[in-house]
Design a protein around this ligand. Structure first.
Ligand code: TRP
Length: 439
């Protein structure tokens, strides 16, 4: 079976609450453990800058969100977990996409239109307070997704339009620069309908803006207990039968209970369980799930250096894919090194012979070292070493990789067991590979 790439961005503006955990964090982490899934999770901190100009808040939120996702069980070995701003290739791709993006498409984006409508209602200039960041938000999001050629993007309803725009941009780029090849996969939005939105203390959707949220880890056991004590119930006394279907406390309980526990809880309420006791049951249930995670959260928050290391390792992993890919895209749009241009249009007087003489053709060389292992290297113009392979026990393994690199070039570069020597840019390697292929 082939692997499905799933990618999710988390905007770093707030502190996660219990509703975020049940609605987004827990299901996403579960999904990342499925077979044949390659998951990308990133902190969308460039997106955060669009909504928030408070540096302290941005910095704090990045820290809390990284700690929260890892403490909740995200396995950084299994998934690729990184900060958007540690992968500069994303910004480079944003520009390439911006240049194929019709302005009219951005005019139709919901978030921008909502801002215009609010301005119109207030009698203001339509674009008052609208930054270019807000206006072109969907292009940055498209770059996040297309950079890793994600197949599936789990999002909330409000984000579906952005995925449609991403498909549109991908198609345009493929058509304009692909030359028959599809650089980009067309992603699909996944809107999870089954995961209930968790109600807050007052029964409305749990949200920071309603001030009805139950904290996830912040404030510890104490804050959790205090919030649960403030859940609004009806005024029925202990001993009076209660309607479980009419109580959002039951909905909260359900989000953490096994089916059997849930049935018992409902029966007890019908039989007259007091709200005070019901809250204690709820607290015990939630605390049992959260306590071990909270301990890890506290540990991470006390050691931000560990988070930093994990995130930088994640960025490395992401860039190993992003760097060769962006190099190909640069080639595709014409951002090429001058050598390639010279080769494509040979000098008039001598048909380009002088050029070719200087540029000893790129080639692969296979050899055996004193360690008994087989190696190969790829050299470009002037015998400059562009790729150095790892050691192989078998000569034919080295040979097989050489064939693959010759045949597929950039497409296998990211996964090939080779390193680029210091100072060699992926562009250079790709160019030399394509020169070899066409010679
Ligand atoms: N815009 C998304 C949100 O507000 C966050 C996000 C940024 C995102 N880039 C993404 C989500 C890429 C999915 C894929 O929820």
């Amino acid at each position: 079976m082939t692997t499905t790439r799933v990618l999710t961005g988390i905007t770093t503006t707030g502190t996660p609450h219990l509703g975020n955990y049940v609605g987004a964090i827990r299901p996403a982490i579960q999904a990342s453990r499925r077979e044949n899934v390659q998951s990308f999770f990133f902190l969308a901190d460039y997106h955060a800058l669009i909504k928030c100009d408070d540096p302290q808040r941005i910095a704090r939120s990045r820290l809390e969100l990284a700690a929260t996702w890892l403490a909740s069980g995200l396995d950084p070995e299994l998934v690729t977990f990184y900060r958007q701003s540690d992968v500069p290739e994303v910004l480079e791709l944003t520009w390439l996409l911006t240049c194929v993006c019709p302005k009219g498409m951005m005019n139709r984006a919901h978030a921008y239109k909502a801002a215009c409508d609010a301005n119109a209602a207030a009698g203001e200039d339509l674009d008052a307070g609208v930054t270019m960041g807000l206006f072109s938000y969907p292009v940055l999001m498209a770059a996040d997704i297309l950079m890793f050629n994600a197949h599936l993007v789990p999002v909330g309803r409000d984000q579906v339009q952005h995925i449609e725009m991403t498909r549109d941009l991908a198609q345009r780029f493929n058509h304009m620069f692909g030359g028959g090849r599809d650089f980009f996969v067309l992603p699909e939005a996944v809107v999870e309908e089954q995961v209930a939105t968790l109600p807050g203390l007052d029964g409305r959707k749990m949200s920071k803006s309603y001030d009805n949220a139950i904290p996830l880890f912040e404030g510890g056991t104490k804050a959790l207990g205090e919030a649960i004590a403030r859940i609004v119930t009806d005024s029925r006394l202990p001993g009076e039968p209660k309607d479980p279907d009419a109580s959002h406390l039951v909905t909260l309980y359900e989000a953490f209970a096994e089916p059997e526990q849930n049935a018992n809880f409902r029966n007890e309420l019908r039989a007259g369980l007091g709200w005070g006791e019901a809250k204690q049951h709820l607290f015990a249930l939630v605390e049992a799930e959260l306590a071990p995670m909270r301990a890890r959260y506290v540990e991470f928050m006390a050691h931000p250096d560990r988070l930093e290391d994990l995130l930088m390792a994640g960025a490395d992993k992401a860039r190993r894919l992003a760097q060769p890919f962006i190099a190909e895209l640069r080639q595709a749009v014409g951002l090429r090194r001058m050598l390639a241009v010279a080769r494509a249009s040979p000098g008039e007087s001598d048909g380009g012979k002088a050029d070719r003489g200087k540029l000893a053709a790129p080639s692969f060389k296979q050899y055996r070292e004193a360690d008994g292992l087989f190696y190969f290297k790829f050299t470009g113009p002037g015998d400059r070493v562009l790729l150095q392979s790892h050691g192989f026990a078998q000569g034919k393994e080295a040979g097989a990789w050489i064939q693959k690199l010759k045949a597929d070039g950039g497409a296998v570069l990211a996964t090939a067991p080779v390193v680029l020597p210091q100072g060699v840019k992926p562009d250079e390697v790709l160019e030399a590979l394509s020169a070899l292929a066409s010679s």
